[in-house]
Design a protein around this ligand. Structure first.
Ligand code: SF4
Ligand code: SF4
Length: 129
């Protein structure tokens, strides 16, 4: 029986509405090969930009579509900044991510469950005497 892995982020979005999503400004500069649509970003410093909506109180990225904790998606998913690409949900690679847990907790969501303990379908039978 095959098991289809569901990306838990598709029913979460908490980190997109908790952290300031900042990155090197050139990621939003098409003339330099940047892919993030500049209209959804704001310049923070001479070298840093951020996704609009994430800088300040009650952050929420303008590109997050849907309500946190319900079906959500990133409106610019293929063009999202590196900070978003690199952020891993807890247990994606076998390790918890405290920042994922923290963002979820801020929105009243429990941490993602870790891997289930391995239990054999058929306990090993004791050797025949
Ligand atoms: S908080 Fe964790 S589970 Fe939720 S969208 Fe971010 S990485 Fe995914
Ligand atoms: S760009 Fe997309 S993945 Fe990144 S914070 Fe915004 S909604 Fe989330």
């Amino acid at each position: 029986m095959s098991v289809i892995a569901i990306n838990p982020c598709l029913n979460c979005g908490a980190c997109c509405a908790y952290y300031r999503i900042s990155f090197y400004w050139a990621e939003a500069a098409p003339e330099l090969g940047g892919t993030v649509p500049p209209e959804f970003t704001e310049q923070l410093t001479s070298t840093r930009a951020a996704m609009k909506g994430t800088h300040g109180r009650n952050p929420r990225c303008v590109c997050l579509a849907g309500a946190v904790g319900e079906p959500v998606h990133c409106a610019i998913y293929p063009q999202r900044p590196g900070a978003c690409r690199e952020f891993e949900y807890s247990w994606k690679n076998g390790q918890p991510n405290e920042r994922c847990d923290q963002a979820r907790a801020a929105h009243g969501l429990p941490p993602l469950p870790g891997p289930a303990p391995v239990t054999p379908d058929h306990p090993i039978a004791p050797e025949a005497a």
